[in-house]
Design a protein. Structure first.
Length: 417
């Protein structure tokens, strides 16, 4: 079976995902995707006619983010028309899934050169949701809420799920804030030391003017006292009615877990940041890489997918990590670097506790709490971060995973070449 080699990884800076505040918010999502596609093709001197497919991830496929963004962005980037493209949705997990599917295609021998990645303009997504709310559309949760599905698998709001998991696990507000503070400190250090420089590509407008060349969400002045002063974000959300029956987000969880009195610990400072961004990962077969002089930076060791309880939603990363480790024939102690998406601080804290991890190996350059979480792009960003950090430190194995709506988690293990 051929290996799937990771040749390169690039990403845009992450811009604040609010119209009027974020530097990228005025751009079209296709522009961000085209930015990273063009960059990865140019810096690897690709003949884009050789690109077998572009596998792209975008979670909210509405309006400007609909219409197979992978294909349209490739055309926008000036790719040869023979380079096909497809766009998928695994909610937050799509960025890892795009890379996993690309690796599977190459390892099966069906393809030789694939670009995987994703885009999410949270500034645009929020405006779409606001427009729908103003138009009187009924509230939905990830488009999955209806009475029949809810009867089988009640699914709540992600933030309320985060608070429920923290309550069930006995994880305190102080411990969650500590995760957030660590994320901010590590991200600030990584930026100061230029650890993201290898993968970061600036975004320019149609006139060639630089729009953004740095991550703008990071709050390097964050303190424990400042975090402690923030009010919980999901207290009111928990009691918002989402079903025709009048059932609330809180009641949906309590239907499955009636004895849980949800305590509210998550807030803007210990939850993932709302940002815009895109990322791309270039994968090739060894035969293609050798023939065209492409030097591999890493190889895909194993991939996996895992489902878990959709009511709590956030708990699949641990079983996903265990599954991918078993597929790779590796143990927890074999992994040098871990990237677990900081959707909410509880996801990271539970992941570390359940697997007994060394905290100095987890999210060493910060995570989505500090840097932001552009939903469909984040997984590809995590993989690129692993490649860069494995190279910087000379370490061998990295594992990335993340929770996704519906109670899912994809996972991947890579090895530095």
């Amino acid at each position: 079976m051929p290996e799937a080699l990771i040749i390169d990884a690039v990403r845009t800076p992450r811009g604040i995902g609010k119209v009027g505040k974020g530097s990228l918010a005025h751009l079209h999502p296709q522009h961000l995707a085209a930015t990273v596609l063009k960059a990865i093709a140019e810096r690897n001197h690709l003949d884009t006619a050789d690109v077998d497919d572009i596998i792209w991830s975008t979670s909210m496929q509405k309006g400007k983010q609909s219409g197979d963004l992978g294909r349209m962005a490739a055309l926008d980037a000036g790719f040869d028309i023979t380079a096909s493209g497809v766009t998928l949705d695994r909610f937050c997990g799509g960025g890892i899934t795009s890379v996993n599917l690309a690796a599977a295609q190459i390892m099966s021998g069906m393809e030789d050169l694939i670009i995987a990645g994703g885009t999410e303009m949270m500034s645009y997504c929020n405006s779409v949701m606001a427009d729908e709310a103003a138009a009187g559309f009924p509230a939905t949760v990830m488009g999955s809420h209806n009475e029949r599905l809810s009867a089988l698998h009640p699914q709540s709001h992600q933030g309320v799920c985060g608070d429920a998991v923290a309550t069930i696990e006995g994880i305190s507000r102080v411990e969650l804030d500590a995760i957030a503070l660590t994320s901010q400190k590590r991200a600030a250090r990584a930026i100061a030391e230029g650890r993201f420089a290898k993968s970061l590509v600036p975004v320019v407008d149609d006139d060639g003017k630089v729009v953004l060349d740095h991550d703008e969400f990071v709050r390097s002045d964050t303190t424990a006292e400042g975090l402690a002063a923030l009010k919980p974000s999901f207290t009111g959300v928990a009691d918002y009615a989402v079903l025709e029956s009048g059932e609330t987000f809180r009641q949906l969880i309590n239907r499955r877990y009636p004895d849980v009195e949800i305590q509210h610990f998550h807030h803007a400072g210990n939850s993932s940041g709302v940002v815009d961004g895109a990322a791309a990962v270039l994968l090739a077969s060894p035969e293609y890489a050798k023939k065209h002089g492409l030097k591999a930076r890493a190889r895909v060791v194993a991939t996996a997918n895992m489902g878990d309880d959709p009511t709590l939603m956030l708990n699949a990363p641990v079983p996903a990590a265990r599954k991918v480790l078993a597929k790779a024939g590796l143990k927890v102690e074999d992994i040098d670097l871990w990237e677990i998406n900081e959707a909410f601080a509880v996801v990271t804290e539970k992941f570390i506790r359940d697997l007994g991890l060394d905290r100095e190996k987890v999210n060493v350059n910060g995570g989505s709490i500090a840097l932001g979480h552009p939903i469909g792009a984040t997984g590809a960003i995590l993989i690129g971060t692993l490649v860069d950090e494995l190279e910087r430190t000379g370490k061998r194995y990295g594992l990335a995973t993340m929770c996704a709506a519906g109670g899912m988690a994809p996972a991947i293990i890579i090895e530095r070449v």
